[in-house]
Design a protein around this ligand. Structure first.
Ligand SMILES: O=C(O)CCC(=O)C(=O)O
Length: 215
């Protein structure tokens, strides 16, 4: 497993886990998602001038640790009166190790994981992750399912992209923490072996682990 560096302070690694390990992690996340309240759901977004009740672009969404509410873009300790699931131990360990490897000088604590489960043809348009108080702490992304195109802004303000397959991990922090980024929909017929039987062709599941609160 090797890290590439598409821009300063942004790293990506493919073939991250052994296949059986990746499969067991994906299965665990899907099981957490079955909970009727704090599992996967399709939340409303902030109203805009076109829609009074727009929906979050990703059809299935779940927060662990803290709940990020797409309706007001704030983090909460509870969702509908329930405490979100805790982050699984492997996700805490993985995110701390990746943060320490690439950003040893920055403070990091895995306080939340946002899980986006993209059904076929679903994608995320250009945005900046700016709702967290800590504007430097790294965001660690873990990817399962189908390959998608990941778009990001270079330091020169140009748009660039690369293909992001299943079983890959990315991390961006420091000078890249506020970079604009987007993801295309999962490509058909690229479903990875560890996702077979768990996700359908063209589906994709992304987990981003974040530090939200400042010290
Ligand atoms: O699906 C992805 O890899 C990106 C998710 C994302 O941009 C976000 O959660 O802010």
């Amino acid at each position: 497993m090797e890290w590439t560096c598409p821009r300063r302070d942004f790293y990506v690694a493919q073939n991250f886990f052994e296949r059986e390990v990746a499969q067991s992690y994906l299965r665990e996340i899907l099981q957490l998602g079955e909970h009727p309240v704090k599992g996967f759901h399709h939340p409303d977004l902030k109203p805009n001038r076109f829609h009074a009740h727009p929906k979050y672009p990703v059809s299935r969404y779940m927060g662990l640790g803290l709940y990020w509410n797409p309706l007001d873009y704030r983090y909460y300790a509870e969702f509908k009166g329930e405490k979100p699931h805790d982050l699984p131990g492997w996700l805490v360990q993985l995110s701390c190790e990746v943060a320490r490897e690439h950003f040893p000088h920055l403070s990091f604590e895995p306080q939340t994981a946002l899980i986006n489960y993209y059904l076929v043809d679903k994608k995320m348009s250009w945005h900046t992750d700016k709702e967290e108080e800590d504007k430097l702490a790294p965001v660690i992304g873990v990817n399962f399912g189908s390959t998608c195109r990941f778009y990001f802004e270079t330091e020169q303000g140009e748009e660039a992209s690369f293909l992001l397959p299943s079983n890959s991990v990315y991390v961006f922090g420091g000078s890249a923490r506020q970079m604009r980024h987007a993801v295309g929909s999962g490509r058909k017929n690229t479903l990875s072996p560890e996702s077979h039987g768990l996700l359908a062709s063209g589906e994709r599941l992304n987990i981003t682990v974040r530090k939200v609160r400042k010290e």
